[in-house]
Design a protein around this ligand. Structure first.
Ligand SMILES: [Fe+2]
Length: 355
């Protein structure tokens, strides 16, 4: 029999369906939070911004207990169904008084970002790739991004975006007031993103960047190339949120909804929900620990392998470090991922039916 506290009530399931995310209050007990926070402050400087945490921190049982020790695992299992063990995570610290270098880079997880040419002259205007791709993408596009992202998921280059089912963020610092480095989301745009992937699929396009409607590299307002984390259509819809979202005091990114949390709360978001870290104007470091969870794919022989880095990886059809894995002829991991990107609720067993 299910414990009632491990189930979201119908109203919160509806929020998840409509908004693409939901917040669990008090999902992690204080003693687990305390131990995790102590370890992070010992092993990771909170005065500087680092995208990737030391591996020994990301895999420490005291950190993974943020997922398993409270309600997060139980609620997620109820919402999604089974998934392989979570063995790692992303420890995300935004130092105090950090403006993220004025960049709020809204994106869908699974893309490559890293060093790019500084001038548009070095970008091929047709392919939206560097004119000298080997320099930036490596031989055969095999260079990992500074975010550990990969340029392609499959050797045949049918799909260029990684994916999973749910992004879970556990809050370890006070984020109840806007401007304290909140996880910011384009609320409700998960369904638009799913529809975008369906259009790419129906056009027999590459799925992801370099496919229809999604240039790999875009140019920012100051004329600088950047790794483009959003399809053109989604960027346009997001811009409309600047007019329609409510005005929030001390919050200038109106297209984004700040996810307000207190220590011990957790947010569950669909992979397809566009999101970003936001600047931290506050006096304390912003600390969140993110888990990327993919529902079990029963036919996949690599489910549960540590090589995948389940929990931290946003590209679980390849090894975490970019290894191509061997798959039997009977299982096409990339086609499976394309089908899930185009039907994201099919990975949420507990969200079926009248919600
Ligand atoms: Fe992200």
């Amino acid at each position: 029999m299910k414990v009632i506290s491990s189930q979201l009530d119908i109203d919160r399931r509806r929020s998840l369906k409509e908004d693409g995310f939901v917040v669990l209050r008090n999902a992690v007990p204080p003693n687990i939070l305390r131990k995790a926070r102590k370890l992070i402050s010992e092993l990771m400087p909170t005065r500087e911004r680092r995208l990737l945490a030391p591996p020994e921190l990301a895999t420490d049982p005291r950190i993974l207990n943020l997922f398993y020790g409270g309600n997060v695992d139980k609620v997620l299992s109820d919402l999604m169904g089974p998934y392989p063990p979570v063995i790692s995570c992303q420890v995300a610290v935004t130092p105090a008084h950090d403006n993220l270098a004025d960049t709020v880079g809204v994106h869908i997880d699974g893309g490559w970002s890293g060093e790019l040419p500084r001038s548009t002259k070095e970008i091929n205007p047709k392919t939206h790739r560097p004119k000298d791709p080997v320099k930036y993408f490596g031989i055969d596009d095999q260079k990992r991004g500074s975010n550990d992202g990969l340029l392609w998921m499959d050797p045949d280059r049918r799909i260029s975006t990684g994916s999973y089912t749910a992004l879970v963020g556990v809050c370890l610092s006070d984020q109840s007031v806007p401007g304290n480095g909140q996880f910011g989301v384009m609320k409700g745009l998960h369904e638009d993103v799913e529809a975008f992937f369906q259009r790419q699929r129906d056009a027999e396009s590459i799925i992801g960047p370099e496919g229809q409607g999604w240039p790999r590299i875009q140019i920012d307002s100051s004329g600088r190339p950047f790794a483009n984390g959003l399809p053109d259509d989604i960027r346009l819809i997001g811009a409309q949120l600047k007019e329609s979202n409510p005005v929030i005091p001390n919050w200038v990114w109106r297209e984004l909804t700040p996810v307000l949390m207190e220590p011990g709360d957790a947010v569950i978001a669909l992979h397809s929900l566009p999101h970003t870290a936001t600047p931290n104007m506050g006096p304390d470091p912003r600390i969140n620990v993110y888990f990327r969870v993919r529902r079990l794919r029963e036919a996949n022989p690599h489910e549960g392998s540590r090589r995948i880095g389940h929990g931290v990886s946003d590209h679980p059809d390849r090894g975490y470090f970019g290894q191509f894995l061997d798959y039997p002829d009977s299982y096409d991991p990339w086609q499976t991922s394309i089908e899930k990107l185009c039907d994201h609720w099919s990975e949420w067993d507990g969200m079926a039916g009248e919600i």
